[in-house]
Design a protein around this ligand. Sequence first.
Ligand SMILES: Nc1nc2c(ncn2[C@@H]2O[C@H](COP(=O)(O)OP(=O)(O)OP(=O)(O)O)[C@@H](O)[C@H]2O)c(=O)[nH]1
Ligand SMILES: [Mg+2]
Length: 418
Amino acid sequence: MATNTSVPPCDYDMADLSEDDKAAAQKYLSEHGVRGIEGFLAERLDAWRKCPLHIAITGDSGAGKSTLINTLRNLRAEDEGAAKVGVVETTRIVQSYSHPSYPNLVFHDLPGVGTLEFKKSTYVDQVNLSRYDFFLIISRTRFTENDLWLANEIKRIGKRFFFIRTNIDQDLYNEKVDHPKNYSEALILQRIQENCLTHIRTVDDNANVFLISGRLNYTSRFDFPKMCSALLRDYPGLKRHAMILAMSTNCKEVIRAKVDVLRGQTWVAAAVSAAVATPPIPGLSVMFDFSLTVGFVLFYKKQLGLDDESLTRIAQVHHIPVYVIQDELQKILPAHFFTAVPEFVVSLVKKQAVGTATEEVLRYVPYVGSAICATVSFTIILSVLRNLLNVMEKAALALIDIVAERSVSDDEDDDSPI
Ligand SMILES: Nc1nc2c(ncn2[C@@H]2O[C@H](COP(=O)(O)OP(=O)(O)OP(=O)(O)O)[C@@H](O)[C@H]2O)c(=O)[nH]1
Ligand SMILES: [Mg+2]
């Protein structure tokens, strides 16, 4: 089958990778499709592990974002190089700071959400939310609508977050003043924890919540040590997740480009199928080369990584149960697309035989010749292949999302995290 499947090069926007790595990523993705993500990461393990994890610190205005960054860097507000801290809206442009002991953790101090200058409606674009790998949502006193909104936005772009409830020192102090008789630190902390979990788990079932004080003199209290070790412990998994997401965006470009090439060639495929006279298929009035058409569909399947072999490999490599992949894909394509392509083609042709628009086809007359174009079979096969490619493209793109979402980290315990 003389089909050109070359894909135009795409730009892999993975700022942390070297030119060599980027070239390798591109090669892997166009050669191996979705499963290439894992192959690439495995081969370049060192490269991606050395990449910094870009952590955005976000939340309501005045929640204590800059204070936390200073504390993580062992600085007080008035120390040189400290992030500006204050009782009025303070952070207006994103500033970035590396962790002094773990330079692979880069914290980005974001302006607070929901102020006059940073309204919810423009915040995502203003702070360029999608460029960060991971998020700390900082919340103070009450769980707010903005907290929920941020968690949802972060989830929407496929990223992960920790929910950090700060200001615990002040809350405990207030409780002591308000209810001195019944004061119990443990009970108050438990209540706050449960309240945060109830809200945040409406967005993410596995969300982590940490109760802290952002002040420097409380770094050994509450969940502060736990939060730091979770960041260090989860770094490889989080970075890997971020890399998979970045790669999957590019993988989608590869898929789209591939489909464009295949789509552009459907009229040739349809003409060849329609030109060859073969005995009619029982139950079908349309005359076309059945086995050739089935061959095209099988070819598309392989090209888009939707064939059995590719799906099994993806399931193995990414530790995703095959039934999960099948269930998701069968929301887009019928089961017999995966199990019985000839029957699938017959059903498509039957369906298409009813109500095919001939005008669309006239465009190809100069290329193919009026004799073939005039045939009903050309019209029908062309529509079948085009419609099918559209749906297969959707399925291939969904497959990438499944891989990115379900891919579990199996190498977090290999060695030290950073
Ligand atoms: N007691 C107490 N005060 C805190 C805590 N975190 C922050 N603060 C105080 O809260 C005020 C605001 O803190 P910032 O760190 O500037 O808050 P921010 O979220 O960066 O504010 P914007 O940049 O304006 O959005 C400052 O006066 C801090 O000292 C905390 O955990 N405990
Ligand atoms: Mg600030």
